[in-house]
Design a protein around this ligand. Structure first.
Ligand SMILES: [Zn+2]
Length: 256
């Protein structure tokens, strides 16, 4: 048995029972990305793992590998923050579930982006501290797309190149990867994805800022609705699949 890493910061993304006493746990880890480990005796060994392998928990893990094939073994987990409110408050749980679903969707064993790790940590931390859950999810998603390499253009029309004037609305086009101005778009009502200039400016500003500045942004009202609508539609386009946790999280911004 060879110890691979010790004291590695990690977030619990998934945790399944295996047999009567074991668990299979998927983490998103700083420096190495997604990692699935076998937690032997997780149910029996109260001291070692109890309350440390719950969803959303922020832990430090140590793990070993017996051979190149098969799951590596979780040796120890030390709790840094259990983000307990996310499991006690149902509305926060729903928002954290959206973060978790996107993390499972976009990460893999080769993606070890520290920005994405910090972003997920920021989102869970903010939700745990009673941050506005719709704001946190909207800001998380705008930054997530950015870190994955998708930065749609919200400042100039993707058809004519014109910059919409302050106060002008435009349509966000998933296919064009940016906005299409009111001169180039079909008449209002014929297309979904209309955005006010406030929402476009907010998204453009969030794209420019690092994770540690996200808490300064406080989108509200129509701007927040449109950011969430954009994030949902764009992610469905990018990943070509439904986001199951979204329906319980924010039903009123779902497209009909
Ligand atoms: Zn145009």
């Amino acid at each position: 048995m060879v110890r691979v890493r010790s004291d590695l910061p990690a977030l619990v993304l998934e945790s399944h029972d295996y047999g009567e006493s074991d668990k299979i746990v998927t983490f998103f880890c700083q420096e190495i990305g997604r990692l699935t480990l076998f937690a032997k005796g997780a149910h029996r060994s109260k001291k070692r793992f109890t309350n440390k392998l719950e969803l959303f928990s922020f832990v430090q893990i140590s793990y070993s590998r017996r051979s190149a094939a098969g799951l590596a073994l979780l040796d120890e987990a030390e709790l840094i923050n259990s983000f307990i409110s996310l499991r006690l408050d149902f509305t926060r749980y729903l928002a954290a579930s959206v973060i978790r679903e996107y993390m499972l969707l976009v990460t893999n064993e080769t993606l070890n982006d520290d920005n994405i790790f910090q972003l997920a940590l920021w989102a869970l931390h903010s939700l745990n501290q009673a941050g506005n859950r719709r704001q946190v999810v909207a800001l998380f998603l705008v930054k997530l797309f950015d870190y994955l390499g998708y930065r749609p253009n919200f400042s100039s029309c993707q058809k004519c190149g014109r910059n919409p004037e302050n106060g002008d609305s435009a349509v966000f086009s998933t296919e064009a990867g940016g906005i299409v101005c009111s001169r180039c778009s079909p008449p209002l009502g014929a297309a979904s994805g209309w955005m006010t200039s406030g929402a476009m400016q907010m998204i453009g500003a969030v794209q420019q800022q690092p994770v540690n500045r996200l808490s300064r942004f406080k989108p509200a009202g129509t701007v927040l609705d449109q950011m969430l609508d954009y994030a949902y539609r764009y992610s469905r386009y990018l990943f070509q699949r439904d986001i199951h946790s979204w329906k319980s999280f924010v039903p009123r911004s779902l497209p009909r």
